[in-house]
Design a protein around this ligand. Sequence first.
Ligand code: XMP
Length: 319
Amino acid sequence: DWTMAAYRDEAIARIREQVGDAKVICGLSGGVDSSVAAVLIHEAIGEQLTCVFVDHGLLRHNEAEEVVTMFRDHYNIPLIHADEADLFLDELDGVSDPETKRKTIGRLFIDVFQKHADTIEGAAFLAQGTLYPDVIESVSFAGGPSVTIKSHHNVGGLPEKMGLKLLEPLRELFKDEVRALGRELGLPDSFIGRHPFPGPGLAIRCPGEITREKLDILRRADAVYIDQIRKHGLYDEIWQAFVAILPVRTVGVMGDSRTYDFACALRAVTSVDGMTADFYPFSHDFLGETATRIINEVRGINRVTYDITSKPPGTIEWE
Ligand code: XMP
C-alpha cells in the first residue's frame, strides 16, 4: 500500500545512508523542484545541508525576498543569498542575441555558484532537483537527432569540476509526484502550484537589449497580470503566464498628452509537459480589463498585446 508519506520516509532514509555525515550543497532557484529537494534533504540531514541561491537580478517582483524568507526564516535552512545582480546585468549590457544571453547567464551562474560553494568546508555532495523526465530527456537527446532550439540553463558538468558527488533525491518522480511530496513536507499550496520559471529568468522575456529600466517595467507589468489571473481564479488552469516587454516604443495618448512608451505582450498557455502548448483562450473582457490596469498602473507601458501563438510553431518563452 503505497503512500507519499511512506515514500517520504524511505527517501529520507536513503539520503541519510548515502550522505552519512558529509556536507551537502544545494542550488536553490525558487522553483518547485529545487525547493522540494532542499526541504526533503533538510529533513534528512538538517544542518549538514547548505543552500546556495544565486540571485541574478532577473527574478520577478519580490521573488528573491520570498525565497529567502521561506527557506532561511521559515524552514531555518542555512542559506547563502548570492546577490549578484550587478555582475549579471553589467555583463549582459548590450547583449541582444538570445543564445548569447543564455550562455552568458549560464557561465556566470556556474562561476558564482562555485565561488560560494567553495566556502562550504567539507562539502562532498551537490544536490539537484532532477526529475524523471529530465533523466529520460537527456538519454533520448543523446541518442536522437541533435537539434538545439534553445540551450537550456543548468549546472551540468559542475559536480565533476568541483569534485562533488551528485545527490538527486527526486530522480524517480514526475512533476505531479514532486508536488505531492512537497505538500507532504508542508510546503504551502501557493508555492507548490507555481508556474514554471526559466533559469535565465526575465532575460528571455526582454527581447533585445536588457536594461534595468526595462526589467523594472517588466516586473511591475507581470505582477499586475498575475494578480489579474489570480483574481479571476484562472491561475491553476494555466501552465504558464507572463509578460514580455517588447523592444519597441509606440505612441499613445494619456489625458491630453502624447506618450511614447514600451509595448508589451501577455503570454498564457496550457500544456501538459511544456513540449507543446496552446495559447489560453481568455475572454475579451479579461484581456481588456488587464490591458487597462497595466497601462494605468505601470508607468512606461502604453500598449498591450496578447500573444496567440501556440507551440509549435512558437515556443512558450519569447527567446
Ligand atoms: P520553450 O520556450 O522552449 O519553453 O517553449 C519550454 C519550457 O521550458 C522553460 N524554459 C527553461 N527552463 N531553463 C529552464 O530551467 C531554461 O533555459 C529554459 N528555457 C525555457 C519555459 O519556461 C517553459 O516552461
